[in-house]
Design a protein around this ligand. Structure first.
Ligand code: GLU
Length: 406
């Protein structure tokens, strides 16, 4: 029921029933161009051999090389990666950057592995995939549980195999290893620009109370950025627990606490509660920044936020979208809200290809211009079609992909 690819196809159906698209285009866009599955052997620290399953789904490259992250997660599988790859194709079209959509993954829990084992797995993924990846073919990046260090290992492995050491094969690298300034914070920063551009239309006050599900890259930087702008972070969760404080959490101290204890749980000055309940906190803005299918038909009625901004990919199912819409809770869709990450990734790729290094200020000026422009375009298209922001974003993205496929 909560197969993310089926949800993605349902979203497609809902958007394309509003605007006429070419039938052949619609038939094709429901299938990825290529799906690659590999076995990655890793010699573990105790001398035993584990074999992990790795994936790359290359969904659509009509607008440019396939682009999208690699996820290391115990629940990752080909259906999930296929959905994520499809959303990437739409996302790059939403922000109109010269990239297509793809996604990768490995079924593994990296939290149970040593650093050395993770390095072998990362290099192994790139070795198995090197023939289908490349700066003009397919450019991976970080996603859930994958880091700049992992990107650096993969870039290095690709260089050893092909001799191409430009770094343009993969983005999200550490800044001193060819990464872009601002890439670390880009997903959250882009989401914040979208929030600022749409805040009044979303019916949100100048100072918002915010609940965040997930405290990884996107969630942590979101907390920092919104708090720095004067908003109040009232609840945060991660996979191990959740905490709340109606007066607002001290974000810098919370990040310290998380990095030393590996969880937000037990943070001094806050109340602990169940992880999943963060979705039901009374607040102005709910930011899901974890995994897919969190807000569903069976729990959407418990959401008490005034609006939802999706920094995660696919956190709201189509049925939940309907329930939230009926209650006048607008949802800023993932393919717009979290597109800042892939946008700055594309800046990184461009810098690597040209041998340039842009300042952080330069990166954020360019990012802001794109995020604000596309947010307003989607909001006005949605209003014109008398529909929600997700359908508006899908329509704009699909028109761009269709045009490129002609
Ligand atoms: N994994 C991120 C996403 O879902 C970033 C992808 C990229 O930078 O290519 O958008």
């Amino acid at each position: 029921m909560n197969n993310p690819f089926e949800n993605a196809l349902a979203q497609l159906e809902r958007a394309t029933s509003l605007v006429a698209f070419d039938e052949k285009f619609l038939a094709q866009i429901q299938h990825p161009n290529r799906q690659v599955r590999v076995s990655i052997p890793v010699v573990m620290d105790d001398g035993s051999l584990n074999v992990y399953e790795g994936y790359r789904v290359q969904y659509n490259n009509a607008r440019g090389p396939y682009k999208g992250g690699i996820r290391f997660h115990q629940d990752a599988d080909i259906e999930e990666v296929k959905a994520l790859a499809f959303w990437m194709a739409l996302k790059t079209a939403v922000v109109n950057i010269p990239m297509g959509g793809g996604k990768g993954g490995v079924t593994v829990n990296p939290k149970e592995m040593s650093e050395g084992e993770i390095e072998k797995l990362s290099r192994g993924w790139m070795r198995s995939m090197a023939e289908v990846i490349g700066p003009k073919k397919d450019v991976p990046a970080p996603d859930v549980n994958t880091t700049p260090q992992i990107m650096q290992w993969m870039a290095d492995e690709f260089g050893k195999i092909t001799g191409d050491t430009s770094g343009a094969v993969i983005t999200g690298k550490p800044v001193d290893a060819g990464g872009s300034e601002g890439r670390g914070t880009a997903t959250a920063q882009g989401g914040f620009y979208v929030f600022e551009a749409l805040r009044e239309q979303l019916g949100l006050p100048e100072q918002c109370s915010i609940a965040i599900q997930g405290f990884g890259n996107a969630g942590q930087f979101a907390a920092k950025i919104w708090a720095a702008a004067g908003h109040k972070i009232v609840a945060v969760s991660d996979s191990r627990g959740a905490i709340r404080n109606r007066d607002g959490l001290d974000v810098d101290e919370l990040i310290e606490h998380k990095s030393s204890t590996r969880s937000v749980s037990g943070f001094v000055g806050a109340e602990d509660f169940d992880s999943i309940d963060v979705l039901y906190e009374p607040c102005d803005l709910l930011i899901p920044a974890a995994l897919e299918s969190q807000i569903r038909e069976d729990n959407a009625d418990r959401v008490q936020a005034k609006a939802v901004l999706e920094l995660a990919n696919g956190p709201t199912t189509p049925e939940a979208d309907d329930l939230l819409l009926a209650r006048n809770i607008p949802v800023v869709p993932d393919i717009l809200a979290n597109a800042g990450g892939v946008t700055v990734s594309t800046f990184e790729w461009e810098q690597n290809l040209k041998g340039e290094h842009w300042s952080e200020e330069d990166v954020f000026v360019r990012l802001k211009e794109i995020m604000v422009r596309e947010s307003l375009a989607i909001a006005s298209r949605a209003a014109e079609l008398k529909t929600d922001l997700r359908r508006g974003a899908f329509v704009i993205a699909l028109e761009r992909i269709q045009e490129a496929m002609k």
